[in-house]
Design a binder for this molecule. Structure first.
Ligand code: SF4
Length: 411
């Protein structure tokens, strides 16, 4: 299971403290003051990681042909380091996790299959291949007090592979140039580099809900060079809390994002427009304003959320008070009892129940792509996307028509 301790210069926030070195210490101060916000997504991710780990342990036990008798003949040290667990242990640890949503079940099954395929194929090539799960990886040689947890390591003289499970599906995460994975790779290389002769480290992100497996392989030398050239100096500054504040996309998960002066000043730049002359702002200024909308909108959302959360914790903001907003829609507290009551009263079910098809994506997922295509693929239609204005460097193909339907833009 993942440790509860977090390094100040954690690998998962490395993309942020490498870009904005004072961010780690600033976030730490805020976390000390207000505690860390726990989100349902984080709780879901923790549960999925725990389940994924159990599945791999069970699959390893089975693939290894292990039995209770063989296991009992191992020394205590061997038992301690053995990654597999039997069905009984698997079931009891799995029960502790409670109800598992269907998509978490599927995602962790996929992760387990991919990891086991990698392990078994490495083992076929090199029988000395070992599998390690949930290992503490210490990269403090390059980053002060830096450590993290590697979900799965596959180690042999041919290759060291670090696999990281990503349960989220909101943001695709790629392995190439990924500082989190590279720091894990460094930690793993430091730990196993003297025991094995592997010439390179493969870093793999498995994101099953996006059907994505992304890899980067670097030689030992290249990984060490990256650490020495791109990490060591910045990590020293980040540890000391020095350097420039640099706002950017990496602010998204920074604990300081609502109240960081650098980010506020970047977001407020939008209000420079219109200050100089009365009347209409000239069209030439619109592109500049468009380019600032995302930052401004996102900061406005963050500062509002921060102020509301702090008010809920007892902070008084002069001139403001907490009230209840609009009530949510009414809903049935016991739908089965409602149906029973109405049926008993003689109402036909078509007056209070409706059956409708699930969305296309859900049915496709339930049937699998092949059956979906064969059975109902020809009955799917899809309209055009709404026209939206995006920056010129956006990867999507530009819409080109002499006959733009302006109603589409305006609707
Ligand atoms: S909000 Fe952005 S600019 Fe401010 S400390 Fe965090 S990462 Fe740096």
């Amino acid at each position: 299971m993942p440790p509860s301790l977090h390094a100040v210069l954690g690998a998962s926030s490395a993309h942020r403290w490498l870009a904005c070195t004072p961010s780690a210490r600033l976030s730490e101060k805020l976390t000390e003051r207000f505690g860390s916000e726990s989100s349902p997504y984080a709780a879901e991710g923790t549960k999925a990681h725990a389940l994924a780990e159990l599945k791999v342990r069970k699959a390893f036990y089975d693939a290894d042909g292990m039995s209770a008798a063989k296991h009992s003949r191992m020394s205590p040290a061997q038992q301690e380091s053995y990654p597999g667990i039997n069905q009984f242990r698997f079931q009891s640890l799995r029960d502790e996790l409670g109800d598992i949503p269907k998509d978490m079940e599927q995602a962790t099954d996929s992760y387990c299959d991919i990891v086991m395929e990698k392990y078994l194929s490495a083992k076929e090539t090199d029988p000395s291949t070992q599998l390690y799960l949930e290992q503490r990886l210490d990269y403090s040689k390059w980053v002060p007090s830096g450590f993290g947890t590697g979900d799965c390591l596959i180690v042999s003289d041919s290759m060291l592979e670090v696999c990281d499970y990503k349960h989220g599906k909101g943001i695709p995460v790629h392995a190439v140039d990924n500082p989190q994975l590279r720091l894990y790779g460094l930690g793993a290389m430091d730990r196993f580099g003297k025991l094995y002769d592997f010439p390179a480290v493969r870093m793999t992100i498995i994101q099953p809900r996006l059907e994505s497996v992304s890899e980067e392989t670097l030689s030992r030398e290249a990984l060490t060079q990256w650490a020495e050239k791109d990490v060591v100096e910045k990590a020293k500054m980040a540890w000391a809390g020095t350097g420039d504040y640099v706002p950017g996309e990496h602010c998204q998960f920074c604990a300081a994002k609502a109240v960081c002066a650098a980010r506020v000043s970047q977001a407020l730049q939008i209000f420079q427009y219109g200050l100089e002359t009365p009347g209409l702002i000239p069209d030439e200024q619109i592109p500049g304003i468009l380019g600032m909308l995302d930052d401004a909108e996102s900061w406005i959302h963050d500062i509002r959320t921060y102020a509301e959360n702090q008010a809920l914790r007892g902070q008084v903001w002069p001139g403001y008070k907490l009230v209840r907003g609009k009530k949510p829609n009414r809903r049935w507290s016991d739908p089965d009892e409602v149906k029973a009551q109405l049926l008993r009263a003689g109402y036909p079910s078509d007056q209070f129940e409706e059956t409708k098809l699930k969305p296309v994506g859900e049915i496709e997922k339930a049937l699998g792509k092949t059956a979906f295509r064969a059975l109902v693929g020809g009955l799917v239609s899809q309209g055009e996307g709404k026209l939206i204005l995006v920056p010129a460097d956006d990867k999507r193909v530009e819409f080109a028509s002499a006959d733009v339907d302006f109603q589409d833009l305006l609707s």
